[in-house]
Design a protein around this ligand. Structure first.
Ligand SMILES: [Cu+2]
Length: 185
């Protein structure tokens, strides 16, 4: 065997080994990059209702995760957002009505105004009994940064759970419930 041919074989062998090592490193780092990433969801609480969003702020009907997922749930009181956004939520309440107040009932507007002016009624909670989640944002905070509250938890129980309000927030408090909005598969 000529020397140049042996050298070529040796180079090929080294190249194959190097590619093997690099592939091993890449695969290893992908496979051992740890637990599944934490999933973040945002929930805006307003008088009287909730709006759910994924981490990119696309509005969603429900939160759906696999069992064992670590969830970061960020609660944001609507009053910490812009006036325009708050108006949008007010429109939703007017359109849907609540309790004894039918859709479009003009009294709804006055009730919402009254709730906003009463500091005792300015907080909302985010409560999911089966998952031990109970967030109660500070109703007196005036900026988004101070007002948001979050909780991180791992979803151990499979099921469909309600999200409801754990802080009395006025006449519409009872209607602050998202039935079956948190699904663990
Ligand atoms: Cu409430």
């Amino acid at each position: 065997m000529a020397i140049s041919e042996r050298r070529r074989l040796a180079f090929t062998a080294i190249a194959v080994i190097l590619v093997g090592i690099i592939t091993g490193f890449i695969l290893g780092s992908v496979l051992t990059s740890g637990a599944p990433p934490t999933k973040t969801f945002n929930i805006v609480a307003y008088h009287w209702g909730y709006a759910l969003y994924d981490e990119d702020w696309n509005e969603i009907e429900q939160i759906e995760v696999k069992r064992g997922t670590t969830v970061r749930l960020v609660a944001i009181p609507a009053y910490a957002l812009s006036h325009e956004i708050q108006e949008g939520f007010h429109e939703r309440v007017l359109e849907k009505g609540f309790g004894d107040y039918p859709p479009g009932d003009p009294r709804i507007h006055d009730l919402m105004e009254a709730a906003h002016e009463d500091p005792e009624l300015s907080s909302h909670g985010v409560f999911i009994a089966q998952l031990n989640v109970d967030l109660s944002p500070d109703g007196k905070a005036s900026t988004l940064e101070e007002a948001i509250d979050s909780v991180e938890f791992t979803t151990d129980a499979i099921g469909t759970f309600d999200i409801s309000c754990s802080v009395f927030c006025g006449v519409g408090h009872e209607s602050m419930i998202l039935e079956g909005a948190f699904v663990v598969r």
